[in-house]
Design a protein. Structure first.
Length: 164
């Protein structure tokens, strides 16, 4: 049975596609391609149908990640098919939990940086790099990479638990 993860930010052109690409690479490196699927979406539909921000694509490519992406808006109906919904900041977390049709679905929503043991409790947001320069995209990637290791560990535990 496939474990499904969806990363969510605001417009689905910067942070969430970056997290999707990094996590895809982690899953592939762990040999879990057949067991784990990941995609991404935005809380809003402003950029629906657009490619990822060119700065996101450039930073990912510089670090060896591949991204084939078209932005889309997260839909409430997706909760039923997802195992984990990963919010990139506290605003997304609140919006997704409000959107969740049940308490069980709301419990599927987690902050990405909650999987980074080095992230401080009061500072678990991945800042939106959209209105800044290239440095913001590099910083975003560093945070995503740091959290992806812990996220992969948590997902692997769920996947292995299902197989048992």
């Amino acid at each position: 049975m496939t474990y499904r993860v969806c990363f969510v930010c605001t417009g689905n052109i910067c942070r969430s596609p970056m997290a999707e690409a990094v996590f895809h690479a982690r899953v592939a490196d762990a040999g879990l391609d057949d067991l784990v699927e990941a995609d991404s979406a935005g809380t809003g539909g402003w950029h629906e149908g657009e490619a990822a921000d060119p700065r996101t694509v450039a930073v990912l490519a510089e670090h060896g990640y591949v991204l084939d992406h078209t932005a889309r808006q997260f839909q409430q109906s997706w909760f039923s098919r997802l195992d984990l919904v990963v919010a990139l900041d506290a605003g997304h977390l609140r919006a997704l939990r409000r959107l969740a049709p049940t308490e069980r679905d709301a419990a599927k929503v987690r902050l990405l940086r909650s999987y980074d043991p080095a992230a401080e409790d009061g500072d678990r947001d991945v800042p939106d790099p959209y209105y800044g320069g290239q440095d913001g995209f590099e910083e975003c990637l560093e945070m995503v990479e740091a959290a992806s290791t812990g996220l992969l560990t948590a997902v692997r535990e769920h996947v292995e638990g299902r197989a048992a």
